[in-house]
Structure formats: C-alpha cells, structure tokens
Design a protein around this ligand. Structure first.
Ligand code: GTP
Length: 356
C-alpha cells in the first residue's frame, strides 16, 4: 500500500502542477521507481491510497501493467492523513503488507525486512534510517532487541534529541491492525497509530539497514535524488526511458545537430531538439518535447516536459517545471526552481536568492 494523497506543500511550486507521487524522476513518474522496488521483492499487488490530485496519479500510472504490478486506487473523499488513508484502504488488504510513504526513494532489501519481521514475530516493523539532522523527521527509539520504545514526530526546537534514527516511511504491518484505526476522521500513522500500538504492547520492531534512502519531498531533495540515481549513489532499479548510449539514455523521435553534445550521465526524453553547438550534461535530465537552443548549456539540471531554452542560455543545478521558456543568453543557477509555465526574459540571471 502506498500513501499517495498528500498535498506536497514542501515541494511547491512543483506540486502546484503535479501531485508529488508522480513528479518526474529521470523522466518517469516517481512512484514507478517505488513500484519497481516492490516488484523486485515479489510484490505484484499494490494499493494506492489517494486523495489530493488523484487524476494526476491515474494519468501518470494507469494500471502500471508495464511494471508487472496490478494497481488499485482507493480515494478518500476528504484527506484522512497517513493513518486514516491506510485505514480507508484496509478492506483491500490482508495478511502482511508493506506500507510506504509515496515520497521515499530507497533501494532497501525489503525481502530481508520481511524475513526479520517474521523471525521476530513482529506485527509492525518500521524501516529505520540514520540521518545527520533528524529534527525534521520522526524520531524512533528502540531497545537492544530492536523493539520500539518511543516514537516522536518532528521534535520541537529546544527539545532534546536522543537519537539519530528516524522513521524512513516504510512499514511492514499485519493488515489486521488496520481495522483498529478510525476511518471517520484524519489520523496520523506516525503521531497516533504507532504510539498507540506501542502503548498497547503490540510487538513492534525497528529494522535498520544499510541502504540508500531519501525523502524527495523538498525541491533540494527532489533534485539531489536524481543526481544520486544518475551518478550511481543510488541504485537504479528502473532505467529511464530511451536507448542507453555511452552512459546516457536517449529518447526516440528527437533531432540533434551534428555538433550538439550529450555528456554522460544524462537523460534525454523523447522528441527533444538539440540545436547546433549546445551541450547537455553531465547529469542533465531533459523532459519529452523540449528544445535546447543553439550554444545553450545544461548541467546538473532537471527539466520537465516541453521546456524551451533560447540561444546561449545556461542552466546549472536547477529544476524547471513543464513548459518553461528561457530567453536567449539567460542564466539559471544552482537551487533555483521554476514553476511550470514560467517565462524568463532574455539575458536575465536567476540565482537562488532571486527565486526565493
Ligand atoms: P508536505 O505537505 O510537504 O509535508 O507533504 P505531504 O502532504 O506529502 O505530507 P507528508 O510528506 O508528511 O506525507 C507522507 C506521505 O503520506 C506522502 O506520500 C503523502 O502523499 C501521504 N499522505 C499525506 N497525507 C495524506 C492523506 O491525507 N491521505 C493519503 N492517502 N496520503 C497522505
């Protein structure tokens, strides 16, 4: 079960145009990467708990047959939160189920997680990961056997931090537990459901693993996750669309001038035009139908669909939504995020401070 109904406020302005679970990651909807991980660990049935912008999710993923997974959508009339969302879909679930936040990129060994869950007689197992600054996450304390002792969501400033181990947003649950969660009001799985299970003495364990993990829920993390996949810090379970060529992926139906260069690792979508003298890469992701103008440069940048770069434009380490137009000789610098449809006039220079 994947929680895919949040508003994604931290990822604005990108989520004003598209729901967070299906923002493009290397030119595929994000959840396709998650479904590939689940499929690699034997999951063939997935339930999407949706609410906000469900039509985006359906349009991007459909039935997901091409990923070898059958998808079912359960839509909340009003957002029910992470716990309520799971409870609302409980009638479709039985046995032991993985529950994932729909914004977590990981290559964790879910098979090992399941083995551990079974061996310990756990009814709720939480994937735990360590981060250098745990404050913005849910902190989890365990005893020497890995049993959960306390669960603290996003501690307030000034509150002492007792652990760097956080809730990674991937759970393995006995589906019977879902029937105990109220369905008629918003409920947080982190703030309400897990603390109640611990208080009731239900066997709940943490599972720590050496694995790549990132919550893609902010613009910086969304950008960094794609650089990690391209540059090999995260394992790529689902290659980008297009034909692999010299360390990059090149989509179909495009045109490239003889002296246009693609520098690996990069992803070029379908029907992309690369004009004379342009250089794309390293670490560039260009969405379908985009045009890179003559002598333009794109490095470390993520472009959604139909972006149009004018002559001599320079993009570095930024994110551009769909249908953005960048005028000739304009420069867009590190950390800038432009919402879909933005138009940047010729010779403008945008840095992160301008954007915020
Ligand atoms: P922010 O607003 O930026 O915090 O993002 P978010 O709305 O996605 O919230 P958060 O990151 O805390 O949510 C964690 C996961 O739960 C995400 O995958 C969300 O899509 C999902 N989620 C959050 N709220 C709901 C909800 O009301 N219903 C459902 N079905 N999923 C939710």
């Amino acid at each position: 079960m994947i929680l895919a109904g949040g508003q994604g406020t931290r990822l604005r302005p990108l989520t004003l145009a598209r729901a967070k679970p299906v923002v493009p990651v290397l030119n595929r909807p994000f959840l396709a990467h998650q479904l590939a991980l689940l499929r690699a660990h034997g999951v063939v049935d997935a339930i999407l708990a949706c609410s906000y912008r469900v039509d985006d999710v359906r349009a991007a993923l459909g039935g997901a047959e091409h990923l070898g997974v059958t998808l079912r959508y359960v839509v909340e009339k009003e957002p029910l939160g992470t716990g309520g969302g799971v409870a609302n879909a409980a009638d479709l679930a039985s046995g032991t189920i993985f529950v994932l936040n729909g914004d977590v990129l990981t290559d964790a060994d879910l098979t090992a997680m399941r083995r551990r869950h079974e061996a310990q007689g756990s009814r709720a197992t939480i994937f735990l990961t360590r981060v250098s600054d745990p404050r913005q996450y849910g902190l989890v304390e365990t005893d020497a056997e890995g049993r959960l002792r306390a669960f603290r969501e996003k501690p307030a400033a000034g509150e002492p931090i007792t652990t760097d181990t956080i809730n990674a947003g991937v759970y393995l649950l006995d589906a019977a537990l879902l029937h105990g969660i109220p369905r008629d009001r918003p409920v947080s799985i982190e703030r309400e459901v897990f603390p109640a299970l611990i208080a009731d003495g239900v066997p709940c364990f943490g599972w720590e693993a050496e694995a790549y993990w990132r919550d893609i829920g902010t613009p910086a993390a969304y950008h960094a996750a794609q650089m990690d996949l391209l540059e090999g810090r995260a394992r790529l379970l689902l290659p980008p669309p297009g034909e692999p060529r010299e360390g990059s992926w090149i989509g179909t139906g495009g045109t490239a001038a003889a002296d246009a260069r693609v520098v690996a690792p990069s992803v070029i979508g379908a029907r992309v035009t690369l004009a004379a003298g342009c250089r794309v890469g390293p670490s560039a992701v260009v969405g379908d139908g985009s045009t890179i103008g003559p002598d333009a440069r794109v490095e470390g940048a993520v472009l959604w669909e139909r972006v149009d770069l004018g002559r001599g434009a320079v993009l570095r380490d930024c994110v551009l939504g769909a249908d953005v137009r960048i005028g000739a000789h304009a420069r867009v610098g590190a950390g800038v995020v432009l919402e879909s449809g933005a138009v940047i006039p010729e010779r403008t220079t945008l840095t992160r401070d301008d954007a915020s």
